[in-house]
Design a protein around this ligand. Sequence first.
Ligand code: NAD
Length: 543
Amino acid sequence: MSNAFFKIPEPINDPVRSYEPGSLDRALLKETLANMQAQEIEVPLVIGGQEIKTGNVADLRAPHDHSIKLGVYHKASAKEVNMAIEAALDARSNWAAMPWEHRASIILKAADLLTAAWRPVINGATMLGQSKTVYQAEIDAACEIVDFWRFNAYYMTQIMAEQPISSPGIWNRVEYRPLEGFVFAVSPFNFTSIGANLPTAPAMVGNVVLWKPASSAVYSAHYIFQLLREAGMPDGVINFIPGSGGQVGNPVMTSPDLAGIHFTGSTPVFQGMWKTVGDTIHEKKYYPRIVGETGGKDFIFAHNSANIDALVTATIRGAFEYQGQKCSAASRLYVPASIWPEFKEKYVAEVNQIKMGDPTDFSNFMNAVIDRGAFEEITAYIDHAKADPDSEIITGGGYDGSKGWFIEPTTIVTSNPRMKTMCEEIFGPVMSIYVYDDDKLDEALALCDETSPYALTGAVFAQDRFAIVKMADYLQNAAGNFYINDKPTGAVVGQQPFGGGRASGTNDKAGSATNMTRWMSVRTIKETLDPPTDWRYPFMDSK
Ligand code: NAD
């Protein structure tokens, strides 16, 4: 028992490393990439600390080169899911009783390991398994994970420090318990950091977790899990159960012991999970906390006072970095007619200079999309635009899946503001543009607000301050992360807490105190120091 109020070191964002030629970081990363490509690994499930090989395996392949096999992973079925639930519940009482500073120490150690020896491993796995440039891997798999871990530990202590007032003779306190039961963490393919955050945020405050990573990100998730083990995460606290969504998800969500879901992924999957929980709520021991960050149809809205060069840069980075596979990626742009000709000329000239290819060639700005399914869905949208009489493709439009899943940075200009590609999440390198009349700003803002069911990120560009005020006001509920004169991607933990409303999620802001409170169940304690010993009240005195 510690007789002290410990303080978590005040976090600062992990500096983004440059990987410039001649640097040690670059040399180490190149060496790691070569080693990883030269060997195939076998990824087991890990349940209660036991490595389990089910024999039901799938390949791990590099999206940019079908011939690179990184290994295989074993998939969980209902049997292993039930084992994982049991292992988690067995681990719960010891973990929940562990003093918080020791749980925090494990996470802070993991963050430190990632700033050193594990950095090239996690970055390399993300580059090869999810096809990211070194910069995209660095800001995701290194910096953002370190930030999630250090900031969340800090937020945990800020929350615990929050205490109620007391009146004379009474001492009121609240304590922040972990949830009873277990938490189900389900992560998407596109950010290694989300995979690292979803299980560890609940675990840090004493919860036990089942973690199902996306099938196309199992490679980096495996290394994250190994890193957590090296940092001292005890057996059974986080159980690693890759596998097909439905086969793993359904037995988990119908479990009476499900206490929470920490999800990031697409809107339809999240809605399906919510429905399954609802359908079985009468069999559950608890009302599960359901936290989900889901899809987006993120916008850039330009005013005619916008700085055109800044708008061009933000549109290119926002739409095409990581092949547009960011939930925050810009995928629709509203431009006023007066600046359209100049914008178009500069934009097309710049997009045509983008180089695409293998992430191990550091000169590429774009790599491949994640898998065949994504490739087919995205290219179907491009084909739709090609056949649409209201639309014209002004950049890209080509694709080639013969070596890897490559799609050119594609820009569609449409005269129909409700054209399919203006409304639906595409999750690929496809930007749709609608040019509006300068004197119809209000109508264009209404279109931007109402065209899609999502409200994740959005950006406005203007130099005119009255225009900025008007746009920010009009679009108040159109985005959970709103940017002024900046691209709508690249949120940083501690600086721009991330999440959206409407169909984009529960807006619990990953990497924030708001999110951390969802994994805590408050017990209020009222202690009366000198309890009354007579049940009669003074007003009852007849005199
Ligand atoms: P996805 O919805 O296909 O998969 C997400 C996870 O859910 C995967 O682990 C998948 O296996 C699992 N899953 C699928 N069916 C399931 C089921 N029935 N039960 C339980 N789990 C199930 O998403 P994805 O393709 O991996 O990621 C892309 C999506 O994620 C996009 O829609 C994107 O906008 C969204 N996303 C949102 C955010 C955000 O913060 N809002 C961040 C990243 C990604």
